[in-house]
Design a protein around this ligand. Structure first.
Ligand code: NOJ
Ligand code: NOJ
Ligand code: CA
Ligand code: CA
Length: 722
């Protein structure tokens, strides 16, 4: 099969709380003193101005070429384009003006969408493969500092950002710095030879690469983490981020898009780039204009990868939650697992991810079969949407899922948007549940507890402070379920289904102690019951950006902070407070010892909040250094790691050492290497160690020392000291 064909078939595949938004809560037994207080308005985390917390948002993923053609004058001509929109590998003409039109006509905001994720906006290659493959998807970049002209020019992009912001919608761009475009080392006429341009000036090509901007290690067979990073992903010209030109180019490119006002980045193929470079890149973003960033680390069905968890917890960015997605697909769509499997995914990811609420959940995307199966009941899609929109994590809805579009595999899963019907059940489900993420912090920030379960029925509770949401889902489309013995944290009273029966849900009556009267959950039924507290003890739900240098300002979201300024501490050190409201505080990270730090606050009255653990504080601005150690021979089962005297190297703690290091591609055993983000301009001390399970063998001799460059990348090579 042609390489390009393989690629395309890859499996890798301020607003005030208005009364109108308060969803119906009927409390008959007003026994809870909290209920009588009026709802307090908050502006912080509900606002588009908060670019570092997406917990309250619902993202809508748009394949720009396939959504709406708002300007036919910018469409490609000739073999690049198919006006019939049937040859799915060609451009169809969708563009930013089309997105603007759907923002302005209310299709997105009426659905409750508060963020859009658009295709990589940068200029892509113009060549067409003989099988018709083109760059319509945006993943074949040639100039990261220019726009894809078929999507629009910089003015169009800016207009889209402005239109979105005017409707309280954030804009996330896809960004794919792993590679340029398809290339063949020995055939320069294959596509565009991976050529890279800097604002119109050619700076590199795959076959003529004297300065090493690309990897020339062949294609990855996906056999190891290292193999996937330093070899080509399919036929894509793989960039070497340790190369100074590439490193500085990508950082200046992202600044150009940040300057246009974007609110987030979806980072492509993060499993295929060194984590050290990506952490360094995130430090650049956070040091410039911080935005929420989530990476794509594909996981297959039932795949659990500790490297994926380590990345989410230590790279400074979140991930698309593939564990969530694959499990929801198994349970709801394919019937290959039960609600018990869903529940263990929930508890497993809660443990594995330090900030599970920051991971981005989804039921389908452009690399998966569309969720709705041709001929299947659309109720299955509806139930998966109800589940996802009320679960922990930031939901992302793939364009057209609300229209029940079908299509298996790439490119059938990327057809032109079939219509903009705002009366589908799925559209109305999003419309009912998206606003709840803004109003009830239990949905955005709460913990998840399973309350009632069998193979088909899952009842779970989300709770944050005194706010509660209880959701019941019966995935069995033919048999109803009798739910008895359910006990929740809901205050006594009567609750209607937030969904208003869109998925055959019922109301419930809750007695003292949260006991719910026995009820029947309809076949294929789902209901959402919620209680939004108006008074809370101080409770932190989120701290963003997820990683910062001392001196950077972070945003702390939650409830119950009070209206007068209190105190914030990182570890035991007080932080300078920049602003303070009942739901949002901004504070400057103080000069604390770098590493994982506990963040907490106290109200002006001295009431302490919960502790927000594992906040990542950096030593200072970061640069990328490649560490190489030669002559490090190991016994079977032993691997080489790196540690040293800064938090970025694990502070001499063998358990936090960096690695295991690599030894197969760029350097080969008994040499080992690893790309690490370390504090710029600092003289560091370090050592290598060998680990075999819990057995640690340190290098002998004195510590190695190295002065990290103050900018640009570095490399330090030493011999293992026996
Ligand atoms: C993952 C993207 O989601 C996929 O569509 C793309 O082909 C590869 N990365 C390469 O950019
Ligand atoms: C930690 C010490 O601080 C460092 O100097 C030493 O080299 C390693 N432990 C190994 O003993
Ligand atoms: Ca167009
Ligand atoms: Ca790579």
């Amino acid at each position: 099969m042609r390489k390009a064909t393989r690629l395309l078939r890859n499996k890798f595949i301020p607003f005030l709380l208005s009364l109108a938004l308060i969803l119906p809560i009927y409390v008959t037994q007003n026994t809870n003193p909290l209920i009588v207080k009026a709802a307090s308005a908050y502006t912080g985390d509900a606002s588009v101005s908060n670019k570092v917390d997406f917990s309250t948002d619902v993202i809508y993923q748009i394949v720009t070429d396939r959504f709406s053609d708002g300007n036919t004058a910018n469409n490609p001509t000739g073999a690049l384009y198919d006006s019939t929109k049937t040859q799915l590998k060609k451009y169809f003409g969708g563009d930013w003006q089309g997105v603007i039109n759907k923002i302005n006509d209310g299709y997105l905001s009426n659905m409750g969408i508060t963020a859009i994720w658009v295709s990589q906006p940068v200029e892509n290659i113009y060549s067409v493969f003989t099988d018709g493959s083109t760059s319509y998807h945006g993943y074949w970049a040639r100039d990261f500092k220019n726009t894809n002209p078929y999507f629009g020019n910089f003015t169009d992009f800016q207009n889209m950002v402005n239109a979105a912001h005017a409707k309280n919608i954030k804009v996330v761009i896809d960004f794919a710095p792993n590679h340029t475009s398809p290339a063949d080392q020995t055939n320069t006429s294959y596509a565009e030879n991976g050529k890279l341009y800097d604002n119109g000036t050619l700076i590199g090509s795959y076959s003529n690469d004297p300065t090493g901007m690309f990897h020339h290690n062949g294609g990855t067979d996906f056999s190891s983490y290292e193999d996937g990073i330093y070899k080509n992903l399919y036929d894509l010209a793989d960039l070497e981020h340790q190369n100074n030109t590439v490193d500085s180019y990508m950082k200046s490119a992202i600044k150009k898009w940040l300057d246009l006002g974007i609110d987030g980045i979806r980072m492509d193929a993060v499993k295929h780039m060194a984590m050290g470079w990506q952490k360094n890149f995130m430090d650049t973003v956070y040091g410039y204009k911080p935005v929420f960033t989530f990476g794509e680390w594909f996981l297959g069905t039932n795949e659990v990868d500790p490297n994926n968890h380590y990345f989410a917890n230590n790279s400074g960015m979140s991930l698309l939650d593939f564990r969530f997605s694959q499990k929801v697909r198994q349970v709801f769509r394919d019937g290959t697992d039960t609600m018990y499997g869903l529940d263990s995914m929930v508890s497993g990811t809660q443990t594995a991810y330090e900030d599970v609420n920051d991971q981005v959940t989804f039921i389908d995307n452009h690399d998966m079969d569309r969720f709705t199966k041709a001929g299947a009941s659309t109720r299955t899609t509806d139930l998966a949407l109800v589940y996802t929109l009320t679960s922990r994590g930031v939901p992302a809805i793939y364009y057209g899922t609300e229209q029940y579009m079908t299509g298996n595999g790439d490119p059938n899963n990327r057809a032109m948007m079939t219509g903009f019907n705002n009366a589908t059940n799925a559209y109305q489900i999003v419309q009912k549940l998206a606003p709840l993420r803004k109003t009830n912090p239990a949905i955005a920030y709460g913990n998840t507890t399973q309350k009632w379960i069998n193979n088909d029925v899952y009842v779970y509770e989300r709770k944050f402070g005194n706010s509660v949401a209880v959701i019941a889902v019966n995935k069995n489309l033919t048999t109803s379920a009798n739910i008895s013995g359910l006990v929740t944290s809901l205050p006594a009273g009567t609750y209607s289904d937030v969904l208003g029966g869109l998925t055959s849900g019922n109301g419930i009556t809750v007695g003292t102690g949260g006991a719910v009267n026995t009820f029947t959950l309809a076949a294929g039924g789902a209901a959402v019951w919620q209680y939004t507290a108006t008074s809370n003890a101080p409770t932190i739900g989120h701290v963003g950006q997820p990683m910062a240098r001392p001196g950077e300002t972070v945003v702390i979201d939650g409830r119950g902070f009070g209206s007068t300024t209190g105190t914030v501490t990182f570890g035991t050190t007080a932080a300078t407070v920049v602003s303070w409201s009942d739901s949002e505080v901004k504070a400057v990270v103080p000069n604390v010892a770098a590493g994982k730090v506990n963040v907490s606050l106290k109200t002006s009255g001295g009431t302490a909040s919960n502790t927000y653990a594992n906040y990542d504080v950096l030593t200072g601005p970061q640069v990328l250094v490649r560490f190489v150690v030669n002559n490090a021979s190991t016994a079977l089962g032993e691997n080489v790691y790196l540690t040293g005297n800064v938090a970025e190297l694990g502070n001499w703690d063998a358990n936090k050492a960096i690695g295991s290091m690599f030894n197969q591609v760029v350097y080969k055993y008994p040499s080992w290497y690893y790309d690490v983000s370390v504090p710029a301009g600092t003289t560091i001390q370090f050592k290598y160690l060998k680990k075999n399970g819990s057995t640690v063998t340190w290098e002998g001799g004195s510590n190695h020392t190295y002065t990290v460059p103050s900018n640009a990348t570095g490399i330090v090579t030493v011999n293992w000291q026996p």
